[in-house]
Design a protein around this ligand. Sequence first.
Ligand code: NAI
Length: 463
Amino acid sequence: MYDLAILGAGPAGYVCAIRAAQLGFNVVLIDKRPELGGTCLNVGCIPSKALLESSHHYHMAKHGLGAHGIKVQGAELDLPAMLGRKDGVVKQLTGGIGMLMKKNKITVKTGWGKLLAAGKVEVENANGREVVEATHIVIAAGSTPIELPFAKFDHTTILDSTDCLSLPAVPKHLAVIGAGVIGLEMGSIWARLGAKVTVLDVADRPVAIMDEDLGKEAQKLFTKQGMEFQLGAKVSAVEATQAGVKISFTNSRGEGQTLAADNVLVAVGRKAATAGMGLAEAGVKLTERGVIETDAHYQTNLPNVYAIGDCIAGPMLAHKGEEEGVALAEMLAGQRGHVNYNAIPWVVYTHPELAGVGLTEAEANAKYGPVKVGKFKFAANGRAIAVDATEGFVKVIAHPATDELLGVHIIGHNASEMIGEAACLIEFKASAEDLARCVHAHPTLSEAVKEAALASQGRALHA
Ligand code: NAI
């Protein structure tokens, strides 16, 4: 009998396991994969970042070093080696989670987990079935790619994001349906390695979830890098052909068009991975889309059955799941666990990167009336010029009356690292003036964040 059984060893599940073990719970962590870390470590965040980095180096060696006075001849792609490095990174990190489980004395079971009833879980693997009993059960089942009904994944021509991490060769022409986070990251990887990339999206700009200015700037910059966009495009059919795929769509002017490509990546979002876990049968309330319904304490409608991460409402982000794991473990231990959903950063790890936290300008205007906005371009930042990273800008949004920092949005080199200070300041309810008065080291890209805050006060120094 365990105190806590957790179904799913992704960032939500394994972090919940560690925090619960730290708080004195006897924990069992169950996952279908022997390698821990879920989608994020095995086929998501980590391998994609490894390939984004490697493909960026290749692109720089081929096209980007001349400006620095470095001539490179004969730079060649060794795709198997690049993919091998990515696999090595994944192995190192999933192995690391295994060590953390041992260190925290967490029992790990490999197999398909099913909820039988409150307090009872079944684990099935090649050795048979076992019933595990626990006082509390946590479902942290994650998510899987959404499949379009007219474009079923065949994993050779019609691809999901996992397939795109291990293509055996660089496609001549990769089509991508969905200009969201995955579409832009995967599109960037293969475009840098030499593929022609065409991205189709029903929305009028890429990453429509982020601040509008970021999406528009991203479209401009990625078009300059060679990516083609078909926005406002309604895809109606995807056919596998002898030569690859044929995509039929209606473009933004209402004209019917077709696009031929070698492969197509379908990246139109992800859905809660709750099928086949016996949840509905055990009486757990799910939405029509299979999302587990929880209250503010991550409790489902069944006593002592909880859910966290991608399989409940909210953004499907590893760090959101991790924080929910920590908060839940602390609540179960009688502490005051809490997640501030207004301070969850978003990052797209392209080059340049996109990052945002808090409200977009449109959301802030809708909530508080005309808000204060300050913008600062990296083209006016000394470090950005020195390192040849002048694309993009920082945008700071502040409350019109109180000056509370409501949102910070960055498109630029290393935006993923710069967004951290904005998330902390929003968490601490800082004002834009607080940010403007914080000393930032010179010369750094983060001075642009300070300058954008100054601009929101009408007093940028370098613009
Ligand atoms: P997404 O929600 O970011 O983007 C999906 C895009 O597909 C949207 O722009 C939408 O307008 C478009 N779309 C939907 N249906 C369509 C259709 N029938 N035809 C054309 N376009 C259509 O979803 P994505 O990129 O698949 O990623 C899924 C989730 O995974 C993200 O929401 C994110 O939470 C997570 N993720 C996060 C990453 C990060 O933090 N860097 C990286 C990768 C994934």
